[in-house]
Design a protein around this ligand. Structure first.
Ligand SMILES: [Zn+2]
Length: 343
């Protein structure tokens, strides 16, 4: 399985994250990729290739134009104010204060376009996010053109929390959604996105919620207890044409792999019934028992089995990297998953 990767992810190197009421060094950091690359060096599974450039056409289909231009200039506008730290939202539209107008001042715009407050925008963030989208598109192209049965797009920053016009949860551009859309535009009548990151893929769900050509399934920590807190419940099943094409598996704190794998088998049965032309897996290694910000209990060896069960679908499969913050183990667990996928 070839791996698509670019060093441009290092342009995303925020200094701060708001966590536990403190500004901490971000969990989502460039070193995450180094641990994965190191593990791929120890256990090579394929060639590491640079992404191609597919431009903005698909990105513009998935994201709002005003949102993308906000991301383009956010850092420069913030820097021009002379404020000392990195931009973190402090006020945003709410139940009692909806937003009939988009603010002109950067502090207001940040609130308007953010869905969560932990994620700082930093210099180079948008460049890294665009590079990450090209990593996903290159993988999608290899699958869509039939060049490969499996591809791993080693994306960073991750994407699954980013919706059409909001960022948060370390995500700015939704790589998995863009990959699925590319496949749809290039020969696939139906695509399934299986999100196995610990966190609910709220952005991906929202993007495809009213569509029946992309089936979205997510296994994740129950939002009653876990980020993103406001989306990811089992009764969210899609809307309009999309009714029945959104399937959530929220699971309780302490869930071990055996119970998680039962939910996976249920999800895989739904994918089989849907019979998509290709599959996008939003993979996060934060289901690991020692992940610092998550609460599932998957062990390193479980990732082989996770990959093998998904591979049994027999579908052309693009795996897109999402989260995973136990840096010492993220490499081992990710490579275990990829090896499992080829079993
Ligand atoms: Zn996650």
């Amino acid at each position: 399985m070839d791996i698509i990767y670019t060093e441009d992810h290092r342009l995303r190197a925020a200094k701060t994250e708001l966590y536990g009421g403190e500004l901490v060094s971000p969990f989502e950091c460039p070193e995450r990729m180094d641990f994965i690359l190191e593990a791929l060096k120890e256990r090579p599974i394929g060639m590491i290739k640079a992404p191609n450039n597919y431009g903005d056409a698909i990105i513009n289909q998935i994201h709002d134009a005003g949102y993308l231009s906000f991301l383009d200039t956010a850092w420069d506008e913030w820097e021009a104010t002379g404020m000392k730290g990195e931009p973190i939202p402090t006020v945003w539209p709410s139940r009692s204060m909806p937003a009939p107008h988009i603010p002109a001042f950067i502090e207001g715009k940040i609130g308007y376009y953010a869905l969560a407050g932990e994620t700082s925008i930093s210099k180079g963030t948008i460049e890294a996010a665009h590079a990450s989208a090209q990593v996903a598109l290159t993988g999608a192209d290899a699958i869509a053109s039939g060049q490969a049965g499996h591809i791993f797009s080693l994306c960073r920053p991750p994407g699954h929390h980013a919706s059409r016009d909001q960022y948060g949860g370390y995500c700015f551009i939704n790589n998995a959604a863009i990959a699925a859309q590319y496949m749809r535009e290039n020969g696939a009548a139906k695509v399934a996105i299986l999100d196995v990151d610990f966190h609910h893929g709220n952005g991906t769900q929202a993007i495809f919620y009213d569509r029946d050509d992309v089936l979205f399934l997510s296994l994740h920590g129950d939002p009653s207890h876990a980020f993103p807190h406001f989306l990811g419940h089992a009764d969210e099943k899609g809307h309009g044409k999309g009714e029945g094409h959104n399937i959530n598996y929220p699971m309780a704190p302490g869930t071990a792999y055996s119970a998680w794998a039962e939910a996976l088998d249920h999800a895989l049965a739904s994918i089989r019934r849907y019979a998509p032309d290709s599959l996008v897996v939003s993979f996060g290694a934060d289901t690991f028992e020692h992940d610092p910000i998550s609460f599932f209990k998957c062990k390193s060896d479980d990732y082989f089995d996770m990959g093998a069960r998904i591979n049994a679908l027999g579908l052309p499969t693009l795996t897109v990297m999402e989260g995973g913050y136990a840096v010492k183990d993220i490499g081992t667990n990710t490579v275990n998953f990829l090896i499992g996928l080829e079993r």
